[in-house]
Design a protein around this ligand. Structure first.
Ligand code: MEV
Length: 308
């Protein structure tokens, strides 16, 4: 028997970094997924096709498996294979998607019947060892799916709306370390507490406004909020000249708004695009040698099943 789990990546619509220190953030699960397969073995091993074998996710994944084995009383003797459509270091929550899918696949294999909230809690063990002091938004979105208005240590609010909404995600091609960028923002907050707190309040308000625009389908208004949020992220030092240039280019192509998404310092840009212009904008971006794709939300959270 093989247990399989699949968890989506995420895109933060507003509020990354500020969410680490208590502000509101809005994030959505996106279509790119991580798939984890767990099979019987004589010891704990990562299979030959597993993308994890040489990545920085290896240790946190082993931590998760060992902790679950102790907590739920089983011997961790499996072969784990991880396949990811989510580029790493791209700000799309690849580590959280790996940890959530892994936890869920083990739960399925051991018939633990863990619900999404318990899966997120276990996955956070791995997330902490990758990122230091993450807010938990990435794991929450991978686990619960859909669109969440998130505040640290508070039950997330699920945002629902009729129909679907499209975004364009553009990869900068430069990967970065979330942990270092979180430390940089913590330093900014210590150096300029008053300035930080004004920005943090504004960013929370952007999150609430973004919910209204997303729900009512006012994509133009939503786009403006994204661009404002980018300015706040630039102020706290997590953007780069390349990301600023990507945002300006997307705006010049007629996007309603754009911002870096995730930790910044590289990674990706999220853009709101007028209906029907997605393809032409993507081909313009590709002409500059960048990877880009459309993401349609909402998308479901982690799920698991068994295969013979
Ligand atoms: C990373 O996807 C989002 C950050 O806000 C970190 C976190 O919330 O843990 C940069």
């Amino acid at each position: 028997m093989k247990a399989v789990a699949q968890a989506p990546a995420k895109a933060i619509i507003t509020g990354e970094h500020f969410v680490v220190h208590g502000s509101l953030a809005l994030a959505a699960a996106v279509e790119q997924v991580v798939r984890v397969e767990v099979q019987d073995s004589k010891h704990l091993e990562f299979g030959a096709q597993s993308q994890l074998r040489r990545s920085s996710f290896l240790r946190p994944s082993v931590d998760i498996v060992k902790r679950m084995a102790r907590k739920f009383g089983f011997s961790p003797m499996f072969m784990i294979n991880i396949k990811s459509e989510v580029p790493t270091g791209a700000g799309l929550g690849s580590s959280a998607a790996v940890m959530v899918a892994l936890t869920s696949a083990i739960s399925e294999y051991e018939s633990l019947h863990l619900g999404a909230r318990e899966i997120i809690e276990e996955a956070m063990v791995g997330e902490r060892s990758v990122h230091g002091r993450p807010s938990g938004i990435d794991a929450a979105v991978s686990g619960l799916g859909g669109v969440l208005l998130y505040r640290r240590d508070v039950e997330p609010r699920r945002i629902t709306f009729g129909g679907r909404r499209k975004f364009v995600i553009v990869l900068s091609g430069r990967s970065r370390r979330t942990k270092r960028l979180i430390q940089k923002v913590t330093q900014f907050r210590a150096d300029f507490p008053g300035l930080y707190s004004g920005l943090a309040d504004s960013v929370s308000e952007m999150g609430e406004s973004a919910v209204e625009r997303l729900v009512s389908g006012d994509m133009e208004g939503l786009g403006r909020l994204l661009t404002l949020n980018h300015a706040a992220l630039k102020t706290i030092g997590v953007s780069t000249p390349q990301l600023d240039e990507m945002v300006d280019h997307l705006l010049s192509l007629g996007c309603y708004g754009a911002k870096l998404t995730g930790a910044g310092g590289g990674g990706s840009v999220l853009a709101v695009v007028p209906e029907g212009k997605e393809k032409s904008i993507i081909s313009e971006v590709k002409e500059r040698g960048l990877e880009a794709f459309v993401s349609v939300i909402p998308v479901e959270g982690v799920r698991s099943w068994q295969e013979p």
